[in-house]
Design a protein around this ligand. Structure first.
Ligand code: ADP
Ligand code: MG
Length: 349
């Protein structure tokens, strides 16, 4: 498309730009009394519930790379990562604010794409966009999302309630988003070299999808609640199992034993691991950005969770807070290091 087909942000000005991007976001939640357009939004948790809040900052070149991350996906993902944090507290999200700062290299149409993704995520998860802030930046794009939610006062689940012998459970599969990142990064030269020539990613559809369009595990969190299972600790997997297990252990003052062969790893992730000459276990332990849940339940709940398709029991908590270990396929025990995601790349999360 010719350059002139794009609208420079300065043509609109800040107020018009905000209005333009947010006009289709009308509050639908009954908890939201006042949405976008005033100095602050107003909302009130449903009767008997208390508020929960979480925020995240995403920086271009640190958390995302626009050479292969379409802006629509970025908008979607920026909401998902925050909703995932709210679900990880065993809470339900209600509304979000989105603040952006961008250089003048981004035309209005680029921001429209970003907000399309934001809208799609808000609709899918039934949350309202109720405000934000907009600024120019010297360079790049920054997005900060704050998610607000609600929970019964005695039902929020922290990272610090796990007890020795509790089972460690993981939802879905792990390592795929990192596999997707590696594939996209490898193909980046093709994207950059010739925009007309799109790399063929058909064989990698699952892992690439996990990197570009993650979902939050609302289904599992709700199912746990419906079945009366209260995790003793829980968090979402943003930095990788290894890193998250360290958080749970440190805050719960326990150790942990994980069995490598129990890690749920998709066959496509295994294939990518082979291509890169890295063990699939390493992907499963250290890959980040899967946004699955990791949680612990008392061993008495074993019968209830063992048959769930969407859950894998990967190990258990132990007494000795100094021993956080993985039993490898060959039976050897290895210390789990918390370096997680950073282990592989300069990107941090
Ligand atoms: P203020 O001067 O008080 O910061 P703004 O003019 O920045 O107000 O914002 C006007 C309204 O638009 C507010 O309700 C604000 O929350 C909302 N808003 C501003 N920027 C964004 C954005 N990027 N996304 C969503 N809502 C926004
Ligand atoms: Mg403002």
């Amino acid at each position: 498309m010719a350059e002139s087909a794009y609208t420079d942000i300065s043509n609109l000005g800040e107020f018009k730009l905000i209005e333009h991007l947010t006009k289709s976001f009308q509050p639908i939640r009954k908890e939201v009394l006042l949405g976008i357009g005033d100095d602050a939004a107003v909302w009130k948790p449903a009767d008997g519930l208390i508020p929960v809040v979480s925020t995240d900052l995403l920086i271009e070149g640190v958390h995302f790379d626009l050479s292969y991350m379409p802006l629509r996906h970025l908008g979607y993902k920026s909401i998902i990562v925050n909703l995932s944090d709210i679900f990880a507290m065993n809470a339900e999200p209600v509304c979000v604010t989105v603040s952006i700062a961008m250089s003048n290299r981004f035309p209005v149409e680029a921001l429209e794409e970003l907000y399309e993704g934001i809208k799609q995520a808000c609709e899918t998860y039934g949350v309202d966009l109720v405000g934000g802030d907009t600024s120019s930046a010297r360079q790049g794009l920054m997005i900060s999302v704050t998610a607000m939610g609600q929970v019964e006062p005695d039902k929020y689940v922290t990272r610090k309630g796990a007890k020795p012998k509790d089972l460690i459970c993981v939802t879905g599969d792990v390592g795929a988003a990192y596999a997707g990142f590696l594939v996209l990064d490898r193909e980046k030269s093709v994207f950059l070299g010739n925009p007309e020539l799109q790399p063929d990613l058909n064989d990698y559809d699952y892992v690439v999808g996990r990197q570009l369009k993650p979902e939050a595990r609302v289904d599992v969190v709700r199912k746990l609640r419906e079945q009366g299972i209260m995790p003793t600790s829980m968090m979402d997997i943003s930095d990788g199992v290894a890193s998250e297990i360290h958080h749970l252990c440190r805050q719960s003052k326990t150790g942990a034993t994980i069995y490598a062969h129990k890690l749920p790893i998709d066959p496509q992730t295994v294939k990518v691991a082979e291509e890169f000459g890295i063990s699939a276990t390493t992907f499963g332990m250290n890959g980040g950005e899967d946004y699955e849940m990791i949680f612990t339940v008392p061993i008495q709940d074993f019968e209830k969770v063992k048959s769930w398709q969407e859950i894998s029991i990967i190990g258990h908590m132990t007494d000795d807070a100094n021993v956080i270990q993985v039993i490898l396929e060959n039976g050897e025990a290895a210390d789990i290091e918390a370096q997680g995601w950073q282990h592989f790349s300069q990107r941090s999360s």
